[in-house]
Design a protein around this ligand. Structure first.
Ligand code: SME
Length: 153
């Protein structure tokens, strides 16, 4: 069931961004396709690394997302600092969670790296359900992230 939806999302994104090199256009399309694919996703979007210390919000779908996050802070900042995917299946259990919405119960953040392995952005997904994220989400969101990494020169 979930895997079938991801296969469809991947195919849609692949065809929609084919030949497109503009990062904002690609990020916007990815956020839209993912957000509308899963009812329990209440926020899907990107934070872009704008300098050594700061992430700024990029294209997203959902209600208000905080505009800036310091590297190392929140789930997004931790992902950017460590360069590793973060899965928090109960955000009420982690003190470092930055709550942009009370509806969020679980969260997954994927690092977007360039060819040198530098984190250039993170893909952040919030869910209204606890325990939303598993290895299937990890596999497909990683692949979607790679479409963006290929375009990060
Ligand atoms: N919850 C994130 C902040 C961004 S909102 O989810 C859009 C965090 O803890 O980093």
């Amino acid at each position: 069931m979930k895997e079938d939806i991801y296969v469809g999302v991947l195919q849609n994104i692949e065809s929609l961004i084919e030949g497109e090199t503009d990062l904002v256009a690609v990020m916007s399309t990815m956020a839209c396709e993912l957000y509308h694919a899963f009812e329990h996703f209440n926020w899907v979007g990107f934070y872009r690394r704008v300098d050594e210390r700061t992430l700024k919000v990029g294209p997203y779908q959902g209600r208000h997302g905080c505009l800036a996050i310091h590297i190392g802070e929140g789930v997004c900042g931790k992902c950017a600092r460590e360069g590793e995917t973060q899965i928090e299946n109960d955000v009420s259990a982690i003190p470092h969670h930055i709550a942009c919405s009370d509806d969020t119960k679980s969260e997954m953040v994927i690092p977007i790296k360039d060819g040198e392995g530098n984190v250039r952005a993170v893909l952040d997904i919030d869910s209204t359900e606890i325990n939303s994220f598993d290895e299937i989400d990890q596999e497909y969101l990683k692949r979607i992230g790679e479409y963006l990494s290929e375009r990060c020169t």
